[in-house]
Design a protein around this ligand. Structure first.
Ligand code: V47
Length: 368
């Protein structure tokens, strides 16, 4: 049998399963990830996405604040951190953080995305004071903050449980957890790229605890470096199992590796082909996570637009002042305006809908 036909035949039973609404096995997902038929897989993911969300594509009005870039860990893929005591390290004060939100008064901002390094001395009290200061002046703004890695670090240095840390932060104004720090769950990859920081079980346990406390969260996967296809499927599978248990994840965000200014000796990130395939397979396998985000900052605007036909239904937001990707060589702009976001969604043939962090539509009074 010619090779092309053999590849096509392999996908037939998987496509049938998807059309019948049956769950994919890990072996099915691996076959999809290894198949050269990326357009066919994209079409399957698109049908799945359109069944859930029709033609809509959501975005939000957000800004990033990195409370600190100082980190006790040495992740080899990270271009953002500074060692304690190194030039260029900072810790943002509550007043400075409030000032950055104030700059955007009247812009319709609904979300602050606040993540950074694991600082050697900043404790739960520091983050609580940051959230309280922001909430005192902007009670309506949703604070999506601290990756599971940062929560686990705060618990470790404060000798508190994840539950205690999360409860204190929730009390101070934390709204939800972003999905960062998941990287690739497999120990082999973690040992090489981010040894010492929280492992897969701890990452999952932080999110499990958050969900039990009514704190929703997101999940990510950093791909395009040293991981194998099997390790990608293992990562997705662990997320799907936790979601079966708690239902607390809102969105999954595959993060394409950016190779500049870091210690991991890899010269290029994943191709557009690979990014679209990983996204489509994620959409099909994670049948219990509502949303798949095409994070335009890391995918680039052109691939993010294509991704809206490969399973993604969300683009993230205006972003503003993001440094993790930009320090790693991302050439995307520092900000997209609402007009630009809506235009690129419409250009891609989708209908833009503004959402809040919890994926509720935002109604705005039209300007006269
Ligand atoms: O945890 C770090 C990754 C993450 C690099 O939850 C890198 O809505 C690529 O988690 N190349 C932070 N990736 C970003 C993140 C995120 C982004 C957008 C939305 C949400 C959300 C979460 O970025 C880190 C790490 O996994 N990262 N360095 C790099 N060189």
């Amino acid at each position: 049998m010619p090779e092309q036909l053999e590849f096509a035949r392999k996908l037939d039973p998987i496509e049938e399963k998807i059309d019948l609404g049956l769950r994919l096995s890990e072996a099915d997902a691996l076959a999809l990830l290894e198949s050269p038929e990326v357009l066919r897989i994209g079409k399957m993911a698109n049908r799945f996405r359109e069944k859930l969300w029709g033609n809509q594509c959501t975005y939000n009005i957000n800004r990033h604040i990195h409370p600190t870039n100082v980190c006790v860990f040495r992740c080899t893929f990270c271009s953002f951190y500074r060692k304690p005591g190194q030039d260029g390290g900072y810790l943002v004060s509550p007043e400075e953080a409030v000032g950055r939100v104030r700059e955007l008064a009247g812009s319709g901002l609904t979300e602050l995305h606040m993540v950074g390094g694991c600082h050697p001395t900043a404790r739960v009290e520091y983050y609580s004071s940051l959230y309280r200061a922001i909430k005192a002046e902007f009670p309506e703004i949703h604070i999506k903050s601290l990756t599971a890695v940062e929560i686990a670090w705060l618990a470790r240095v404060s000798k508190k449980t994840f539950r205690q840390v999360l409860l204190e932060l929730k009390e101070a104004g934390l709204g939800s957890l972003p999905g960062g720090g998941a990287e690739i769950f497999a120990d082999r990859v973690r040992d090489i790229t981010c040894g010492g920081k929280c492992n897969a079980d701890e990452w999952l346990e932080v999110h499990r605890t958050a969900h039990q406390l009514g704190i929703r969260s997101n999940a990510t996967m950093l791909y395009g470096h040293i991981e194998t296809n099997e390790e990608i499927i293992d990562h997705l599978s662990r997320l799907r199992s936790l979601q079966d248990e708690t239902g607390g994840f809102m969105t999954f965000i595959p993060l394409a590796y950016h190779p500049e200014n870091n210690a991991l000796q890899i010269t290029h990130g994943p191709s557009a082909h690979r990014s679209l395939q990983v996204l489509a397979v994620s959409r099909l396998f994670l049948d219990n996570i509502d949303h798949i985000k095409a994070y335009w900052v890391m995918l680039g605007i052109e691939i993010a637009q294509m991704a809206l036909w490969f399973g993604a239904d969300d683009l993230d937001g205006t972003v503003i002042d993001e440094h993790i990707y930009h320090d790693a060589g991302a050439t995307t702009p520092d900000i997209l305006t609402v007009g630009q976001l809506r235009q690129l969604i419409e250009e891609a043939g989708r209908v833009p809908i503004e959402r809040d962090t919890l994926y509720q539509p935002v109604q705005r009074i039209p300007m006269v």
